[in-house]
Structures are given as structure tokens and as C-alpha cells.
Design a protein around this ligand. Structure first.
Ligand code: ATP
Ligand code: ZN
Length: 304
């Protein structure tokens, strides 16, 4: 069989994504919307690319930067938080980066923040001096504390960081927050944010020099199209020629609308690709300004 997950020739691209967890489904869905499809293998750790020579490796998110560094995978979908933490640690140990962020992907949003007991007043970073802060992100936290000139103890924990203050292991924590519900459940409140995170496409620092370069370029082109179109809508409507000057200011986010003459008279058919939200309110304003037969269509892809 030529589908060895281990050897992988240089003529196929291999992307690591999270096997299960918050980023697993959206990562796969995003790659699927770029036209990728896979034949599932029985162990489900390696998915052989069918529509394109782009394979998937399903792994723990923490392993993704290392897999890219070691050349086991070419690209990966991982949280900026994980990538930044491992990059700082690697630069400290080896003096150079081995991976970088190629694109931000618009899902998996969260913040890496300092949280303190609910009953405390927050007066700024200096307040942390002499305290113990529990975290799974010792490198990011260490850098931040140094920048702030604050001398605090960093207690490295691999999980369940939010219960550390209750267990007496730490006074404060530095952890990922999205809604804040987990913090609240542990009588903690978020204060300063060290990093705004989301899922990113990670890749090597240097571009590929073999046939993977063309594959990566194709993938990035499709990805950019999908990301750009995500919130875009195609708006179609009719209007009289006189109404057009009043309608165009209502479409500030639209690429120059296509205007077609209909029924040989004064009537025009217009279509505009809008990159902002097309709300009911906006449709009603357009209608008041003379638009008729408004139709809003989702956009699946675009190749400029
Ligand atoms: P794995 O088994 O792959 O190691 P994990 O438990 O480390 O999984 P998840 O909890 O699935 O990982 O989180 C994956 C990523 O999702 C995080 O690294 C972060 O980038 C993002 N994320 C978004 N919101 C949150 C949140 N509220 N808490 C934790 N991570 C979040
Ligand atoms: Zn993890």
C-alpha cells in the first residue's frame, strides 16, 4: 500500500488537526469547505486525501507545533495560545522559531487571562508580586510577568487550573476564558488579558521548496476565499434608474454592484456582494429607497 501514514512523500501535504475537542469539528468543516475530502482509515488517526493529495493526521492539539517542527506534518490547525506557548519555549531553548501562524481562522476564540478570587479588588499587575499563579501557559505568563516587572511564582499545572486557588496550590490563575462561566463557578473573576486567541493555521517558518509549495498555495487561496466569504451575502434586487443614486450609499460594504437593464425600459436588475451583515433593517431601508424583489443569497466560495 502506498498510503503509509508514517513515510508520507514530499508530494503530499499533511495537515494535523485535533482528534477530539473544541477545534476538531470546525477544523474539519473548514477544510471540507475548501474542497478537501478523505478516505477514513480504520484507526481514524490518519485520513488519506481523496480529492487532493492532502492528508489529515488526528492528534492532541498540544502535539501539533512539535509535529510541524519535526516535519512529521506540514501544517496544523491549533489555538494561537498553544502555538505561542510552544514558540516562546522553543525560542528560549533553541534560539529560533520552528513554526509560525500562517492564517487566523475565525473560530475557537478565547482569551488567556489572569483570574483572581471574586472577593479581591483588581488594582493592576503589581498586585501579583509575591503571589503564586497557577497556569498551563508558563512561558507566556513568564514573559508577561517579566515585561510588567512583576516577581511572582509560576505554578505549572497541566489541567484543572481553575481549582488551584481552592486547593491552596496558588493564589491566582492564568487560564483560557471564553464565557467566564467556569471561573465564576470557582469564585474567580478575569482581570487582565495576556493573549487574544483563536484557531490558526500553523506552518513552518520557511516556505516549502518541493511540490508541497503548490499544494499549500492552492489550499491558502481556497482558504482565503472561504474565510472572506463566510459573512458575505449576494444581494439581488430591482430598481428604477432614478433610484440607484439613493440605493448605493446603503451598500457601503458592497463590491461595485453589477447593474443590468431589464425590459428595455427604465427597470434595472442589480446584484451586489456585501461583506457586512445584511440585516432586516437594511433590507427595509433599501426597500424604502426604491429596491424591489430583494433576494439575499449565501455565498459558498469566491475566486478573485
Ligand atoms: P486535547 O485532548 O487535544 O489536548 P484540550 O483539552 O487541550 O484537548 P480543548 O479543551 O478542546 O483542548 O481546547 C482546544 C483549544 O480550544 C484551546 O487550546 C483554545 O485554543 C480553544 N478554546 C476556545 N475556547 C476555550 C475555552 N473556553 N477553554 C479552553 N480552550 C478554549
Ligand atoms: Zn490539549
Amino acid at each position: 500500500m502506498s498510503q503509509s501514514p508514517v513515510q508520507g512523500g514530499r508530494d503530499r501535504l499533511r495537515i494535523a488537526i485535533q482528534k477530539s475537542g473544541r477545534l476538531a469539528d470546525p477544523a474539519r468543516a473548514l477544510l471540507t469547505s475548501c474542497g478537501l475530502s478523505w478516505r477514513e482509515s480504520r484507526d481514524r488517526l490518519f485520513c488519506y486525501g481523496e480529492s487532493l493529495p492532502i492528508d489529515l493526521l488526528l492528534v492532541r492539539d498540544d502535539d501539533i507545533p512539535g509535529l510541524i517542527r519535526d516535519g512529521v506534518c506540514d501544517l496544523g490547525v491549533v489555538g494561537r495560545n498553544v502555538l505561542a506557548e510552544q514558540d516562546i519555549a522553543l525560542r528560549r531553548d533553541q534560539g529560533a522559531s520552528a513554526f509560525r501562524e500562517w492564517r487566523s481562522l475565525g473560530f475557537g476564540g478565547c482569551r488567556l487571562s489572569i483570574a483572581i478570587p471574586e472577593t479581591w479588588e483588581w488594582s493592576g499587575a503589581a498586585q501579583l508580586a509575591g503571589l503564586r499563579i497557577a497556569t498551563s501557559y508558563p512561558a507566556i505568563l513568564g514573559d508577561w510577568l517579566r515585561e510588567q516587572g512583576v516577581d511572582a511564582g509560576v505554578v505549572e499545572l497541566s489541567g484543572s487550573v481553575e481549582i488551584a486557588p481552592k486547593l491552596g496550590q496558588a493564589d491566582a490563575i492564568c487560564d483560557l476564558v471564553s464565557s467566564g462561566a467556569t471561573l465564576a463557578a470557582n469564585q474567580l473573576k478575569p482581570t487582565v488579558t495576556l493573549l487574544e486567541s483563536e484557531a490558526v493555521l500553523a506552518g513552518p517558518v520557511k516556505p516549502f521548496e518541493d511540490s508541497r509549495a503548490a499544494l499549500a498555495e492552492l489550499l491558502l487561496r481556497r482558504l482565503d476565499g472561504v474565510l472572506r466569504m463566510r459573512h458575505s451575502k449576494l444581494l439581488m434586487f430591482q430598481a428604477s434608474r432614478e433610484a440607484v443614486p439613493g440605493l448605493l450609499p446603503l451598500l457601503p460594504d458592497a463590491e461595485s454592484p453589477t447593474v443590468m437593464q431589464i425590459d428595455g425600459g427604465d427597470g434595472l436588475a442589480l446584484q451586489a456582494l456585501c461583506h457586512g451583515a445584511v440585516t432586516w433593517q437594511r433590507l427595509e431601508e433599501l426597500k424604502r429607497a426604491g429596491a424591489r424583489g430583494l433576494l439575499v443569497l449565501p455565498v459558498e466560495g469566491m475566486l478573485a
